[in-house]
Design a protein around this ligand. Structure first.
Ligand code: TRP
Ligand code: ZN
Length: 487
């Protein structure tokens, strides 16, 4: 089971979006006292405000325009008992225009103070938009540093499809999951997949707990009963792939000799309750990574692994960068799916949430290929079964075309997953295996660590197979309404 249960929609998540932006100058209740009233006014005025979104067709408020983030340095402190998070986000960005003001996305939390280039900045909140007015306007092309001090109890957000993301507190710890917009619950940022950045994430917790995040552990130190874990992600990462797992985890390190040009570091973090059920499937991780590299091209990141949380911590798995998160021991197919996302989604990231099928279609097709290569059904058999009676398991399989989900509530439905995989299988049928694997590996190489959309994909396929006519595949399978005629 890979696609998420199209959950029980839950209403009543506190969103508390004031309609009128309020300029706050006093610390909000519950957080440490600080800060004087902000009265400074701008210096040279020549810029205009950046936009409060990047015109994503499904999540119009996600991300912001006018700048591009290159690095996040998060310095966080978490008290699991009080569910209190306090921290500083230091964000390095480059102005894409002369800027008088710009937004970050942050849902909930109390902001204590903001500086831009070391100078105190005015700020206000408007729903998920943290609107920042720097003391001096920023020049187009200028690299600048923003610091946001904030604290509070991070929220669990409810997605348009009813599932939970953001901050998920659990027994003695917490799990942060960010697809599509949950990362704004625990740090301010440009939370849209089109703006990728490197990360340093430091988290201080009570000594008995572990903190696992993306990338590699750069440092760990304990003072006065509290431990700070510093995780570093050097390769570009979309904000929705950032994670934190805080709790009682058993950490294991190893290397895969044959992957990533030799000696790929592996770090697995497994909740004690899942150690026994996860043992067998995790033993296959090296084999899956080597198989995936052989088929999809070189692994794009500098470490791999998994986070296996307690069952019920979340009701879906997520392909968080370097090490996907599973709510309980995964099946082999689910492990294959989330690891395949490291190529499809994490390295080659969608330009907008409309392009989700490039993530989920590929990750689903990876499962079909794994089955085919490991004594299960061939991808053709999987395709045929879906075509003939896919509605038995996936009621909505033909509800909309993969490249155009019907709304934000449906970006994780089976037309994006299963029918997306069917599109890839149609391409394979048309070009044959050799050309197909060339296309797949060429695609991951061409957009490695970048962003791509459906047009980029169809243009790439056409370029690589100039003698084929893909018109009907695109028209009927990728963009067409309803069930395509029998192939
Ligand atoms: N990407 C996850 C997977 O298939 C599923 C998922 C989690 C998801 N959250 C989502 C899909 C939000 C779309 C939107 O492994
Ligand atoms: Zn997926």
């Amino acid at each position: 089971m890979v696609s998420r249960p199209a959950a029980h929609r839950i209403t009543g998540v506190p969103r508390s979006a004031p309609l009128i932006p309020t300029v706050r100058s006093l610390p909000a209740a519950g957080c440490a006292l600080l800060a004087l009233a902000v009265t400074a006014c701008g210096g040279g005025v020549h810029g205009t405000p950046g936009g409060s979104g990047v015109r994503d067709p499904y999540f119009p408020k996600a991300g912001n325009s006018g700048y591009d983030v290159s690095h996040y340095a998060l310095d966080l402190d978490y008290d699991p008992e009080a569910r209190h998070l306090a921290g500083t986000a230091e964000i390095t960005a480059r102005a894409g225009q002369d800027l008088s003001a710009f937004d970050l996305d942050l849902e909930g939390m109390d902001v204590e103070g903001v500086t831009v280039e070391g100078e105190r900045a005015r700020w206000s909140r408007n729903g998920q938009e943290l609107v920042i007015r720097p003391h001096d306007d920023l020049d187009e092309g200028e690299t600048f540093r923003i610091t946001v001090r904030y604290c509070g109890t991070p929220r669990t957000l409810t997605d348009p499809d009813g599932s939970k993301e953001g901050w998920l507190p659990g027994a003695g710890g917490a799990l942060a999951l960010g697809e599509p917009t949950g990362s704004m619950a625990w740090f301010p940022g440009n939370h849209h997949p089109s703006d990728k950045a490197s990360y340093d994430i430091s988290v201080t917790v009570p000594e008995k707990l572990q903190v696992v995040s993306n990338g590699e552990l750069a440092d760990r130190s304990t003072h006065g009963g509290r431990t700070t874990f510093h995780w570093r992600t050097a390769e570009p990462m979309a904000g929705y792939l950032a994670t934190l797992a805080i709790g009682d985890y058993a950490i294991r390190r190893s290397t895969i000799p044959g992957a990533a040009g030799g000696g790929l570091p592996v770090l697995t973090a497994v909740a004690p309750s899942q150690a026994a059920p996860a043992r067998k499937v995790l033993a296959r991780l090296p084999e899956i990574m080597e198989w995936a590299e052989y088929n999809f091209g070189p692994y794009p990141f500098s470490s791999t692994g998994v986070i296996v949380a307690d069952e019920g911590t979340s009701d879906y798995a997520l392909e968080t960068q370097n090490r996907p998160v599973f709510p309980g021991a995964p099946s082999t197919d689910l492990l294959v799916h989330e690891l395949a996302h490291q190529w499809f989604g994490n390295s080659v990231t969608p330009k907008s949430w409309r392009d989700m099928w490039l993530n989920e279609g590929f990750a689903t097709y990876a499962e079909w290929l794994w089955e085919e290569d490991n004594g299960g059904d061939s991808a053709q058999e999987t395709f045929d079964a879906l075509y003939d009676h896919g509605e038995d398991d996936h009621e909505d399989l033909w509800a909309f075309p993969p490249a155009e989900p019907s709304s934000a509530a449906h970006i994780s439905d089976s037309p994006v997953y299963e029918r997306g995989a069917m599109v890839l299988h149609k391409i394979r049928q048309a070009v044959g295996d050799d050309a197909f694997y060339d296309i797949v590996q060429g695609w991951t190489a061409a957009h490695r660590h970048g962003n791509a959309d459906t047009d980029d994909f169809t243009a790439y396929v056409e370029k690589k197979a100039p003698d084929e006519d893909f018109t009907s595949i695109w028209r009927d399978w990728l963009y067409g309404d309803g069930k395509p005629d029998r192939p």
